[in-house]
Ligand binder design. Structure first.
Ligand SMILES: CC(=O)[C@@H](O)[C@H](O)COP(=O)(O)O
Ligand SMILES: NCC(=O)COP(=O)(O)O
Length: 248
C-alpha cells in the first residue's frame, strides 16, 4: 500500500448503544463492539456523546479510552460541558459536530464560518491537550476555508447529501461536490475525512477519491452486523474501501 491509496475505516459504534438504551440493559456493550471491530480491521472507533445521551454514555467513552488498541474519534457538540469532558479524558481525536436535540441524526455540517471565534477557541483548547481536531462540515468552500483559518488540522465532509441522492444525476453531482471539496481542502493543508450515511452500495466511489484519509461509518455497518456479525460487517466494508482506494 502506498501513501496515495491508503484509506482508514473509523467504525462508529453509536448504534450498538442505541439498542442497549432501548431497554436500559447492560447489553449489547459498545465496548465489546469496539474491540471486535478493531480485531476485524477497524483503524479507529468513533463515538458521538450526544447532549441527550440517546446512545453513547460517558461510561462508554471512559472505558473505551482505557481499552482501545487503535484510537478514539470522539464526536461532540461545541459546548462547555463537552469541552470539559474531553479535557478530562483526552481522546486522540475530537470531531466537532453540530447538534440539535430534536434531530433524528446529524443534519448538515458545523457552521464554522458563522462562528469562527467560538470554534477557534474550542480548537485551541482541544489542541492544547493533544487532540487532533476535525470539523464535521458540509462540502462548502466557505466552510473549508474557515476550518483552515480556525486551526483545525482535519475536516470531515458530511456525505449525507450524497448518500440520500436518488437519481444517477444527483449522485454524480454530490460526488463531484465531494471530490472538489477534497481537492480544495487538501490545497489548504487539511487532512480530509468523510462520513455519514455511507453504505456498502455507495462507499466505493467516495473511497476512490484521491486524498480521502478516513471514512467514518456506523449505521449501515451495525445494521449489516445484525445479519452477518460485526467482524464480518467490518471486514466487508474495509475490503470494499481498500479495493476502491487502489483504483485511485
Ligand atoms: C456526526 C455523525 O454523523 C455521527 O455521529 C452520527 O450523528 C451518529 O449517529 P446519530 O446521528 O444517529 O446519533
Ligand atoms: N461522522 C459520521 C459517522 O460517524 C457515521 O455516520 P453514520 O454512518 O452512522 O451515518
Amino acid at each position: 500500500m502506498t501513501e496515495a491509496n491508503r484509506i482508514l475505516l473509523g467504525v462508529n459504534i453509536d448504534h450498538v448503544a442505541t439498542l442497549r438504551q432501548a431497554r436500559g440493559t447492560r447489553y449489547p456493550d459498545p465496548v465489546k463492539a469496539a474491540l471486535d471491530a478493531e480485531e476485524a480491521g477497524a483503524d479507529g472507533i468513533t463515538v458521538h456523546l450526544r447532549e441527550d445521551r440517546r446512545h453513547i454514555q460517558e461510561r462508554d467513552v471512559r472505558v473505551l479510552q482505557e481499552v482501545l488498541q487503535t484510537r478514539m474519534n470522539f464526536e461532540m457538540g461545541v459546548t462547555e460541558e463537552m469541552l470539559a469532558f474531553a479535557e478530562s479524558i483526552r481522546p486522540a481525536h475530537v470531531c466537532l459536530v453540530p447538534e440539535r436535540r430534536e434531530e433524528l441524526t446529524t443534519e448538515g455540517g458545523l457552521d464554522v464560518a458563522g462562528q469562527e471565534k467560538r470554534i477557534h477557541e474550542a480548537v485551541q483548547r482541544l489542541s492544547a491537550i493533544g487532540c487532533e481536531v476535525s470539523l464535521f462540515i458540509d462540502t462548502d468552500e466557505r466552510q473549508i476555508e474557515a476550518s483552515a483559518r480556525v486551526g483545525a488540522p482535519a475536516i470531515e465532509l458530511h456525505t449525507g447529501r450524497y448518500a440520500d441522492a436518488h437519481t444517477p444525476a444527483e449522485v454524480a453531482l454530490e460526488l463531484a461536490r465531494i471530490r472538489d471539496g477534497v481537492e480544495f481542502g487538501l490545497a489548504r493543508g487539511l487532512i480530509i475525512n468523510a462520513g455519514h450515511g455511507l453504505h456498502y452500495h455507495n462507499v466505493e466511489a467516495v473511497a476512490a477519491i484521491p486524498g480521502v484519509n478516513e471514512l467514518n461509518i456506523g449505521h449501515a455497518l451495525i445494521a449489516h452486523a445484525v445479519f452477518v456479525g460485526l467482524k464480518q460487517a467490518v471486514a466487508e466494508m474495509k475490503a470494499l474501501m481498500i479495493a476502491a482506494a487502489h483504483r485511485r
